[in-house]
Design a protein around this ligand. Structure first.
Ligand code: SF4
Length: 958
């Protein structure tokens, strides 16, 4: 038997407490009321034959295999859809039932090709298994086996789409093998919420159809793979299974893309990865996935991956391949030389939110213990650093308050500056399911995103605010709640500082925060603000989810505070269904922050100036730590340009592409004497590197990631590192080359050190994670099983703190030269700067970044859909092709930033959040004009990239 289709139980047990006792085949079984007979039978150890039932989706009762007989009742009802009743006497294996099942199975098989021996699903086919279970030995009706392929239905033109569909890059659809059980259709609806599939036709002519007779690739299918997982035969099959064969063993690990942190079974054949199957016991994803985690792992074996260390004296020299020893000795010598020549603080490093907690911990340890300074920062600087500040100030800790399960109890969901359908798809599916059950949705976003308006989920209120006005609109929501007396006085009196609330209430009540005033600057109709505020305050459990559309602003921290105020104001904190939840972009951005990656904080968000905290590390590491915060990334670059910062170790981060004001980043990197890039590919930053250390993928190492729910999940090694060493080993070797006495034998020992020194991780160990599956921090003596919901009885800081949120307009203003506002975001198939996803088949969905322009603005400029346009700001310019759409409002343009030849950050400015320096990516004043094609620098860039790609490929081939 293969590995995919685990035992299914039909309808899950109801949450009802009342217990029902019945008899199944003579066994007495007691189950909760609402349980199906199929599940009750499972509880008694009796497996009823079935085909259309699976624990992924609701019971359907169509396959006619799971029939049972019930004493005192007529007929043979399906056990998956019939609930238990007190005293019920059920028979599952009577002669009559066996005959019916064999007859039904005979019909299925007569309609199915008899190619079991050559079929990709052989050994992992539920039809094959169930045919054996029901004892089918002979088929009397012939084996036509093509009923769903070439039957003419309503016109000759249909022949084309009725054949095998191989249009999707990752899976095939072979209708000849389909038994029309609808599991794929139901998985698409119930699990994913896309409704891309339907059953069309009747009887033998019926078939599964994506969209309107379209190939999968042209349909609404988002390639999440739920249909493939649900399919009991080889109708929907991964191409990798067809190519490699059925997997033989598996390892449970965690997705390395977004902050949802889905668990997967990496299924292997020998040392080859056959497929990634969402893990049903994964507490973040509950068995679901998106196209990235499930299919886009091909970058791990991409030919452009660099597998050997390289060094060069000058960045204009060609790379020279060297041994690991030479590369690390050279790096250590260079770093020591720079410190000797320019001072202790002349070097620093950047940790990676794509690497494990253990690896991140080691990089900050290397910098603090080895470099003897605090010049460490992380990519969270450019995404969620305002979350750390805002939630830290108001609640006392820098993390989301809920687990993902919590959304199942939400009545009103407010999404601010986030598009989970594209960036956090598995959470989006769960959220949309809740919305289909009746929860209300409020979205604050300048754009009509897929979250605002998709075919089967529409926001009840969309507040299309002008970029840069978040603080004004969120504060205006609070104005309505306070002035209309909709706040939760009891909660505030018990849980917050009342005098601070009074001050805050007086502040928000001011007329300048009224929806009517705020409409003038945000463009959101006042009535919409009022109605959304009333709904959030009075609609039951209100949960807020937010993203980079909140944080990447000059007032990013202020908006986070405004959101935290709103939740306290309405008592929407400290229980299931409510809370404030930052949707973290990268897989381990939460973890990299937790691990002390900021220049002012040791692991666990403890300020570096705290003597008691420094004591812990000083006695363990045997050095005196600097008690002054170090440099942030922008400060390191500034100092480099000024000539005081000379060397940097960058692990798993491409700052040239991901950080704002590309010209300034290049100038800073170019001014350094030793830039060390530790990554999978020769990324953009590597153009300025003197040392390149090859990195390892998540498949090649052990460790942990911490997702947006604070959930610490194990990453398990699936294959040996192709470059020789996991990243934690490389950092350790560098530390050893610099004279540090590190001797970790396994990442579990690094986690032990983290637990020993960080109170919120005190109980975490690999053994404990293996036992628990995963835990959410804090996990310590006070919370031995972790903390799914935070701030239940009191805030981490004691009393919740209301803080005034004065709206200050950004300095980035539109005017005659730059009359439009550019904002940026992501698309489902691509991830961040695309280093991984661009090296997979995912490029078929998004091969270039496009600029979305409203039809009105396009017409004014003579721009047609698909035209090349020049996008220009005060900082720089780029060209890309236009996409004319009313998803953006007039005056606003939008693009993604997944492709380096677009380099959207060439045009972003150096404005940043007042508290954290998080760049203001979401607001740039621009002009858009027709263009003849890529600009000069883009053509030069393309030349350069092609050349370096060619070199890398040749080197890899050698
Ligand atoms: Fe899950 Fe995010 Fe990975 Fe998709 S990218 S599988 S949502 S963790």
């Amino acid at each position: 038997m293969g590995l995919v289709h685990e035992i299914d139980y039909g309808t899950p047990a109801s949450k009802a407490e009342k217990q029902i006792t019945l008899s199944v085949d003579g066994f007495t079984v007691t189950v909760p009321e609402g349980t199906s007979i199929m599940r009750a039978s499972m509880e008694a150890g009796i497996a009823i034959p079935k085909l259309c039932a699976t624990d992924m989706v609701d019971a359907f009762g169509s396959c006619r295999l799971c029939l049972v007989e019930i004493e005192g009742r007529n007929g043979t009802p399906s056990s998956c859809t019939t609930p238990v009743a007190p005293g019920m006497v059920v028979h599952t294996q009577t002669g009559r039932l066996k005959d019916i099942r064999r007859g039904v199975m005979e019909l299925y098989i007569s309609d199915h090709p008899l190619d079991c021996l050559t079929c990709a699903a052989n050994g992992d086919c539920e039809l094959q298994t169930q045919a054996g279970v029901v004892g089918l030995r002979d088929v009397r009706y012939g084996y036509e086996g093509d009923n769903h392929v070439f039957k003419k239905m309503d016109g000759a033109e249909n022949f084309k789409w009725m054949a095998k569909d191989e249009s999707n890059p990752y899976f095939t659809y072979d209708p000849s093998k389909c038994i029309v059980c609808s599991r794929c259709v139901r998985a698409c609806e119930e699990v994913q919420g896309t409704f891309a599939l339907t059953i069309e036709g009747r009887g033998f002519g019926s078939r599964v159809s994506p969209g309107m007779h379209q190939p999968f690739i042209d349909s609404e299918c988002v390639s999440c793979g739920a249909c493939v997982q649900a399919c009991p035969t080889a109708t929907l099959t991964e191409k990798s299974v067809i190519q490699i064969g059925q997997p033989e063993h598996s390892v449970v690990t965690t997705c390395a893309y977004c902050g949802v942190g889905c668990s997967f079974k990496a299924e292997m054949r020998g040392d080859e990865l056959v497929r990634m199957v969402p893990y049903k016991d994964g507490k973040a994803n509950r068995g679901h996935s998106c196209v990235k985690g499930r299919f886009a792992y091909g970058y791990a074996t991409h030919k452009e991956r660099i597998l050997n260390p390289m060094i060069r004296e000058k960045i204009t020299d060609p790379w020279r391949e060297v041994s690991w020893e030479e590369a690390l000795t050279h790096t250590a010598n260079e770093f020591r030389r720079l410190q000797y020549q320019y001072g202790r603080t002349a070097i620093g490093g950047i940790t990676s939110s794509r690497c494990t907690n253990e690896e991140t911990y080691l990089v900050q340890k290397l910098i603090r213990q080895g470099f003897l300074n605090n010049n460490v920062d992380t990519c969270a600087r450019v995404c969620h650093s305002p979350t750390g500040y805002g939630l830290g100030q108001t609640y006392g800790t820098s993390a989301g308050t809920q687990d993902f399960d919590s959304v199942e109890d939400s009545d009103v969901i407010m999404v601010i500056g986030a598009n989970p359908s594209a960036a956090h798809p598995v959470f989006a599916s769960r959220m949309k399911k809740r919305i289909r059950q009746g929860a209300k949705l409020i979205v604050l976003d300048p754009r009509v995103t897929e979250t605002v308006d998709s075919v089967h989920a529409k926001a009840d209120y969309h507040l299309p605010l002008k970029p840069g006005t978040n603080v004004a609109v969120v504060t205006s929501l609070a104005h309505v709640i306070v002035t209309e007396g909709l706040f939760d006085e009891q909660f505030i009196r018990e849980r917050c500082d009342w005098s601070e609330f009074e001050d805050y209430a007086g502040f928000v009540s001011d007329e300048r925060h009224s929806p009517e005033q705020v409409e003038k600057l945000s463009g959101v109709p006042a009535e919409k603000i009022r109605e959304a505020a009333r709904l959030y305050a009075t609609g039951g459990n209100g949960a807020i989810y937010y993203g980079l559309g909140v944080t990447e602003h000059s007032q990013g921290s202020t908006t986070v505070i405004a959101i935290a105020n709103l939740a306290m104001l309405t008592g929407n904190i400290g229980r299931r269904g409510v809370g404030v939840n930052p949707l973290r972009g990268q897989n381990n951005v939460q973890g990299s922050c937790d691990m002390g990656s900021f220049p002012h904080e040791l692991p666990g968000y403890r300020h570096i100036s705290g003597d008691a905290v420094r004591d812990i590390y000083e006695s363990l590491w045997g050095v005196k730590l600097d008690n002054e915060p170090g440099l942030r990334i922008p400060n390191m670059l500034d100092a480099a340009v000024e000539g005081t910062f000379k060397g940097i170790y960058i692990q798993g981060e491409d700052i040239l592409q991901s950080d704002p004001d590309t010209k300034h980043v290049s100038a800073g990197l170019a001014a350094m004497e030793c830039v060390v890039v530790h990554d999978l590919f020769l990324n953009e930053t590597a153009r300025y590197a003197h040392v390149f250390l090859p990195g390892s993928t998540f498949l090649e190492k052990d460790g942990t990631f911490t997702n947006a729910e604070r959930r610490i999940n194990r990453v398990r090694k699936v294959m040996a590192p192709k470059n020789g060493f996991a990243d934690w080993e490389v950092t350790q070797k560098l530390a050893q080359a610099m004279g540090l006495n590190w001797n970790y034998q396994h990442p579990s020992e690094i986690m032990d050190e983290i637990a020993q020194t960080t109170p919120s991780f005190a109980k975490v160990s690999y053994d404990y994670l293996d036992k628990m599956g995963s835990v959410q921090w804090p996990c310590n003596e006070a919370a031995p099983e972790g903390t799914p919901i935070m701030h239940i009885d009191h805030f981490v800081r004691g009393k919740g703190k209301f803080i005034r949120t004065e709206y200050v307009a950004t300095d980035e203003k539109t005017g005659p030269r730059f009359p439009l506002l550019l904002t940026t975001g992501r698309i489902l198939s691509q991830y961040n700067v695309g280093a991984q996803t661009r090296r997979t088949e995912n490029v078929v969905w998004h091969s270039e970044d496009r600029l979305e322009v409203h039809p009105h603005d396009a017409e004014n400029r003579g721009i047609r859909d698909g035209d090349w346009v020049r996008l220009q700001s005060r900082a720089g310019e780029t060209t890309l092709r236009a996409l004319i759409t009313d998803r953006v409002s007039p005056g606003v343009v939008y693009t993604t930033f997944h492709h380096p030849d677009t380099q959207a950050n060439v045009i972003t400015t150096d404005f940043s959040d007042w508290a954290t320096n998080c760049p203001e990516y979401k607001v740039t004043a621009v002009q858009v004009a027709p263009s003849n094609g890529p600009s000069e620098w883009q053509e030069e860039y393309e030349d350069l990239s092609q050349r370096s790609r060619k070199i890398a490929t040749l080197e890899a081939a050698e």
